[in-house]
Design a protein around this ligand. Structure first.
Ligand code: KE4
Length: 432
């Protein structure tokens, strides 16, 4: 059993200094632990399924730098490939073979993608795909779902999930009304609400964008028929269907949620896993749509570091590792054992709970549920989640510091890690 009172002196010193230097002491809001209480731990290094903080404490990691570390942190083959690539320079700002290689791998893997454009983050990918869907349809309105998060571009900061939900922000100051006046929202899993929006805004909706499996409102799976229903509605009303697979891509399956559920969108955004931990994003889809992107077409989008050789290298090696036979069967097995175990332990220790997993993505809510959408998720006991988070953290298990995030496993996680995590969870759930 890992010790239950971790020493965090150095973390506290570093974080105190950070708060004078950077807003909230972090480079991204959710890292500040605002909604779970307590101070964040400051990382020193990561390897495989583990984190070591600056005080030398070790943790089993279920954040995986928010998804990219699906092969485990600092996989030796990724590191070796990066060392080799580094010798040839860190950035070209010009075509490179590496972009062709990763583009081919993405096109081969993801059912909807016939052409792809690389960018530097999921936010950029969603910004690019928004402009493209509007240009292709010559319509301006979009439908997103409450609790879904598509990066921090203005148009998407409407009832957004992830850090926006975590901080309980109504949305964000500084976003002009005009920027969100064309963003319509509906509850996730509610086809009737989507149909009503299409009826009320006939011929004005460019498309529907969603996380096919929600990770940014906590873990929420699509109800049976929901994705298929969106595919039919968008066809019926001449709108595009866009899957934001920045989180689910290459995690729910090698071909993403669209492969798992057999629903093919018109456009897809990617990020995280395809960069293997280096800054990357991508958007892609039907050739007739992607051919509108500059310089092939008139839709402008650009980036100094897009297609960066180091990010391409890490992405190529990561996808090669994921292609190994049995990878996704292993991820499904250990993640199911973890999620089922957590739910079982919560019930045995008297906590109303619901949740689940799909492949290497999982989540739980402290409510009997069911949780079909963001409104349901908000009914969960987030204070209890905070106590659970802190309790397991002090026993060496690192979960996302927010109820409105998902958990991630990697194929570096062993059966022993899962057993250890469940033992720690039982200890904590018995006392919160
Ligand atoms: P980035 O700009 O953070 O690379 O990607 C934005 C994004 C877009 N779409 C989906 C489905 C996403 O999950 C994300 C980013 N995910 C969050 C975690 N929920 C990143 C962590 C953070 O904001 O610090």
């Amino acid at each position: 059993m890992l010790n239950t009172t971790i020493k965090t002196t150095k973390s506290q010193e570093v974080f105190a200094a950070a708060q004078n230097l950077m807003p909230g002491g972090v480079s991204s809001p959710v890292r500040a632990f605002k909604s779970v209480g307590g101070q964040p731990i400051v990382f020193d290094r990561v390897k495989g399924a583990y984190i070591w903080d600056v005080d030398g404490n070790q943790y089993i990691d279920y954040v995986g730098t928010w998804g990219p570390a699906i092969c485990g942190h600092a996989h030796p083959e990724v590191i070796a490939a990066l060392h080799e690539a580094l010798e040839k320079g860190t950035s070209f700002g010009a075509p490179s073979v590496l972009e062709n290689v990763l583009a081919e791998m993405v096109i081969d893997a993801v059912p909807s993608i016939e052409m792809v454009r690389f960018v530097n983050s999921g936010t950029e990918a969603c910004m690019g795909v928004l402009r493209l869907m509007r240009a292709f349809t010559n319509r301006e309105k979009i439908i997103k779902f409450e609790g879904c998060y598509h990066g921090h571009a203005d148009a998407f900061l409407v009832k957004a999930g992830s850090g926006v939900a975590t901080l309980g922000l109504p949305d964000s100051p500084g976003v002009p009304k005009l920027a969100t006046s064309t963003t319509l929202t509906a509850p996730f899993n509610d086809l009737e609400a989507v149909k009503a929006l299409f009826e009320e805004n006939r011929d004005e909706i460019a498309g529907v964008i969603l996380e096919p499996v929600v990770g940014n409102a906590g873990f929420i799976a699509p109800d049976a028929g929901f994705l298929e229903g969106l595919r039919e509605l968008t066809h019926e009303y001449g709108a595009l269907l866009v899957f934001d697979e920045v989180m689910t891509g290459f995690r729910i399956a090698y071909g993403g949620a669209q492969e798992k559920f057999g629903v093919t969108p018109d456009l897809t955004t990617l990020g995280k896993v395809i960069g293997g931990g280096l800054p990357v994003g991508a958007y892609g889809g039907r050739r007739d749509i992607m051919s509108m992107v500059a310089p092939a077409g008139p839709v402008y989008q650009a980036g100094t570091l897009s297609g960066n050789p180091l990010a391409m290298t890490a992405g190529i090696k990561t996808l090669e590792l994921l292609q190994k036979p049995g990878t996704y069967e292993y991820l499904e097995r250990i993640t199911k054992k973890l999620a089922d175990g957590l739910l079982q332990i919560a019930k045995e220790t008297g906590h109303p709970v619901c949740g689940g997993q799909i492949s290497a993505m999982f989540g739980l809510f402290f409510t009997s549920g069911p949780v079909h959408n963001y409104e349901d998720a908000k009914k969960s006991d987030t204070a209890k989640f905070g106590r659970f988070h802190r309790g397991i953290l002090e026993r060496g298990v690192y979960l996302a510091p927010s109820q409105f995030e998902a958990g991630f496993t990697s194929f570096a996680h062993t059966e022993e890690d899962i057993e250890q995590t469940l033992a720690v969870a039982r200890d904590v759930m018995s006392s919160i």
